[in-house]
Design a protein around this ligand. Structure first.
Ligand code: CS2
Ligand code: MG
Length: 403
């Protein structure tokens, strides 16, 4: 099953995506997501200029060896660009292996361990009333879990609140990032009121999630976690910037609100202390940014030993190729928790035809061989790349802060 062709496809149906397509001599194809928001071309170049030539002629069935070859062979290990590039190759090879075996990838991962993949949707509003109403709209659409984000009084913009109700894309097209202003005290005073209003209006019969988006110190996060306890959140996500894993000990000491982290992590070494010390409850690492199905499975297996469940990132900048691959892991691992689901735009869905479907608050992966997703290259070519950046954040005194 020699690799005969490797193509890197960059397209922008509403937002930029980078996709790797591998074709074997016998014509089997596999796709892998290689999108790194705001740094897309860095991964495209890594694949085109440094990896493509290494794959041609190799046996596509040797996923483990190719993973190690690209990881150890790079000498410069880990990091978002390298691990996203490796992830794209790995995912495409699993797609090919499923097609060669004539079965969906979840069967190669040990089969289904549940009927469907519980997902959460994104309710957001510029005001409290809007956010509360949006939660209701998601519950009416059959979601059993909803993340709520809301504008903070006194702040012009904040994470998670976009112009469009259904599609939230934080990156903006242009030569440099937009600058936002952040004030922790305004947010800390407001957030518990948001949780209170949502529970007051919709009760406790569904999972309620919130993304702090990396902006607090450990003691501020401990304070928010404690203030949130009466509202029984499913999780508080990314409460602090997560480079310092020990920083989570302080949060753990002060609150029982469950903690989720990991969307910016790229390898098991970024989170093994958080897992082995049980400082978190959900690990949010993804197929596209944490080394593909092969490496993500290792992270999930470690997490299972320490009562940590999965909660993979699934925002719009992770393509339908990543979502399709994520669902094969989500439906087969023993310690599945929940999957983030931000639907893509109709343009994006057209470029990436896929068979997973939303049903009764869950996503169900397709049953055809492979991952059940592809890329329409002709359509993709109609949407040329447009430079875009994620925003940056500054405090009211101008200090650079975590976005
Ligand atoms: C977020 C993302 O969905 C989430 O949990 O943290 O929207 C994140 O900001 C983007 O994926 C960054 O590209
Ligand atoms: Mg997040």
């Amino acid at each position: 099953m020699k690799i005969a062709d490797v193509r890197v496809i960059v397209t922008c149906p509403g937002r930029n995506f980078v996709t790797l397509k591998i074709t074997t001599e016998s014509g089997l194809t596999g796709v892998g997501d290689a999108t790194l928001n705001g740094r897309e071309l860095a991964v495209a170049s890594y694949l085109n200029d440094h990896v493509r030539g290494l794959l041609l002629g190799r046996d596509a069935s040797q996923i483990n060896d190719i993973w190690q070859y690209l990881y150890k062979g790079a000498y410069w290990r880990r990091g978002p660009v390298t691990m996203t590039a490796i992830a794209a190759v790995d995912t495409a090879l699993w797609d090919i292996k499923g097609k060669a075996a004539g079965m969906p990838v979840y069967q190669l991962l040990g089969g289904k361990a549940r009927d469907g993949v519980l997902v959460y949707g994104h309710a957001n509003g510029a005001t409290l009333d809007e956010a509360v109403a949006e939660v209701g709209r998601y519950l009416d659409r059959g979601y059993r879990a909803v993340r709520v984000q809301c504008g903070v009084p006194g702040l012009a913009t904040t994470y998670g609140v976009g112009k469009d109700r259904d599609f939230y894309e934080p990156a903006t097209a242009g030569p440099r990032p937009e600058e936002a202003v952040w004030a922790t005290e305004k947010y800390l005073d407001f957030a518990p009121k948001l949780f209170d209003a949502v529970r007051e209006a919709h009760g406790f019969g569904f999972h309620l999630l919130h993304d702090v988006h990396h902006r607090l110190t450990p003691i501020e996060a401990a304070r928010l976690g404690r203030a949130a306890e009466p509202y029984r959140l499913f999780w508080l996500e990314d409460p602090i910037s997560e480079e310092l894993q020990e920083g989570f000990r302080l949060i753990r000491q002060h609150t029982v609100t469950p903690i989720a982290v990991g969307e910016v992590y790229n390898s098991i070494w970024d989170c093994h202390r958080l897992i082995t010390e049980q400082l978190i409850d959900y690990i949010r690492t993804t197929v596209v940014h944490a080394g593909g199905i092969t490496h993500l499975r290792r992270i999930f297996d470690l997490a299972a030993l320490y009562h940590v469940k999965t909660g993979s990132h699934g925002a719009t900048d992770l393509s339908p190729v990543c979502m399709a691959a994520a669902l094969h892991l989500d439906i087969s691992v023993p310690n599945f928790g929940i999957q983030e689901y931000m639907p893509h735009t109709p343009e994006t869905d057209a470029v990436f035809p896929h068979s997973y479907r939303f049903e009764d608050g869950m996503l169900i992966p397709g049953d055809e061989p492979g991952l059940g997703v592809d890329i329409d290259e002709e359509l993709a070519a109609r949407y040329p790349y447009r430079q875009a950046y994620l925003p940056v954040n500054r405090l009211e005194d101008g200090t650079m802060h975590d976005w």
